[in-house]
Design a protein around this ligand. Structure first.
Ligand SMILES: [Zn+2]
Ligand SMILES: [Zn+2]
Length: 363
């Protein structure tokens, strides 16, 4: 191995074991002798934006020289990791991985990541609290809160920056009031005319152009976790992004992106159009607005590939897969849980017995 290659850098200088990234200290730590080392970031690799339409071939690479990958034949996720990590079970669907790990295929290299800052013990603690507040969860769901119940996973995301110039046409509605008279009958049956103000809207044609500028529109590139739960893990402290270094991967796994750039950019467009709509409504002004057409033209589109850290627990119960995610920056837990039919039945029986006892006493 060449000097300074990742393979050499992560060997413990004291006992030559493989060092792991330590969320508590934010550096590398030897799991055997405790020797600590800082993550050395390459000065040239500042977090950079990339044009989307011409992905530079130099942007493709492996997560690290030694990175391996396995593909789950059940859910199709591709997970990458460095030895001595192994992939015995799929961290997303809990299926046994039967294929041999192979050297990782090149991918658009991550530009940046948020390092793990919530240690596994803390994540397990958060998960235990979360489980404790879930009634009727099957007892062996508690396995997830055991040390080996969670796997540290970097999930893939894209972020986009873009400028949008949007031509629009629509109508501006302005309110005006007219006095109308109505007949009112009082208690004695006498009728009288009363004036009241009635609101009407006059519509004027409106068209023009608006400019919007977007920064860091975050789009998940994973399809292996529930989108709603993933969105609920927001916010991510993106200002704390670090330039990607393989050292951050030591001891963790990373999922290979499943949404390619063009597909992800379509999702980003959806988000941007919602914002552009608001800009157009403001530009039209007046009291009410109608938009007939809106044509955004995007320019200066750049992307970044990000990895964001989660502790992932996966659980099979009666043939269904349940996932629990812990945001490894904030400790926030999002997940689904099965209901134990046995526990519910026991609770119902207990309630019936209680009612019978109350009934017997009160007689
Ligand atoms: Zn050591
Ligand atoms: Zn799987």
């Amino acid at each position: 191995m060449a000097e300074g290659s990742p393979a050499q850098r992560f060997k413990c200088t004291n006992c030559s074991a493989d060092m792991e990234f330590d969320p508590a200290s934010g550096g590398l730590k030897c799991p055997y002798c405790g020797t600590a080392e800082a993550v050395v970031e390459q000065p040239a690799k500042a977090v950079s934006e990339n044009p989307i339409d011409q992905v530079d071939p130099a942007r493709f690479g492996k997560l690290s020289d030694k990175a391996l990958q396995v593909e789950c034949s059940t859910c199709g996720s591709i997970v990458e990791f460095e030895p001595p990590e192994v992939a015995g079970f799929c961290p997303f669907c809990a299926a046994k991985i039967v294929v041999q790990a192979k050297s990782a295929d090149p991918l658009i290299s991550p530009d940046a990541l948020l390092p793990f800052s919530v240690p596994k013990d803390n994540a397990s603690g958060q998960l235990r609290q979360w489980l404790a507040s879930r009634w009727f969860a099957p007892s062996d769901l508690n396995k997830l809160a055991q040390p080996d119940g969670l796997s540290g996973m970097y999930l893939p995301f894209w972020t986009f920056d873009a400028e949008a110039l949007t031509s629009y046409s629509g109508e501006r509605g302005e309110y005006y009031f007219e006095t109308e008279y109505i007949l009112v009958r009082d208690a004695n049956g006498r009728e009288s005319r009363q004036a009241r103000q009635v609101r009407h809207t006059r519509w004027y044609a409106a068209s023009g152009r608006v400019e919007d500028s977007f920064d860091d529109i975050l789009i998940p590139a994973t399809k292996s976790v529930d989108r709603g739960k993933l969105d609920a893990l927001d916010p991510w402290d993106l200002p704390s992004l670090r330039p990607y270094e393989p050292a951050y991967l030591a001891g963790f796994k990373a999922q290979r992106y499943q949404a390619e750039l063009p597909e992800a950019f379509e999702s980003a467009k959806g988000r941007m159009e919602a914002a552009i709509r608001q800009t157009v409504l403001r530009a039209i002004g007046g009291d009410e607005q109608r938009i007939h057409s809106m044509t955004p033209q995007y320019s200066n589109i750049t992307f970044k590939h990000l990895l964001l850290p989660v502790w992932l627990g996966v659980y099979r119960y009666q043939g269904k897969v349940y996932q629990v995610l812990v945001n490894a920056r904030t400790g926030e837990v999002q997940g689904e849980r099965p209901y134990s039919a046995g526990k519910i039945a026991l609770a119902v029986i207990a309630a019936i017995i209680l009612l019978i006892v109350i009934f017997a006493i009160s007689r």
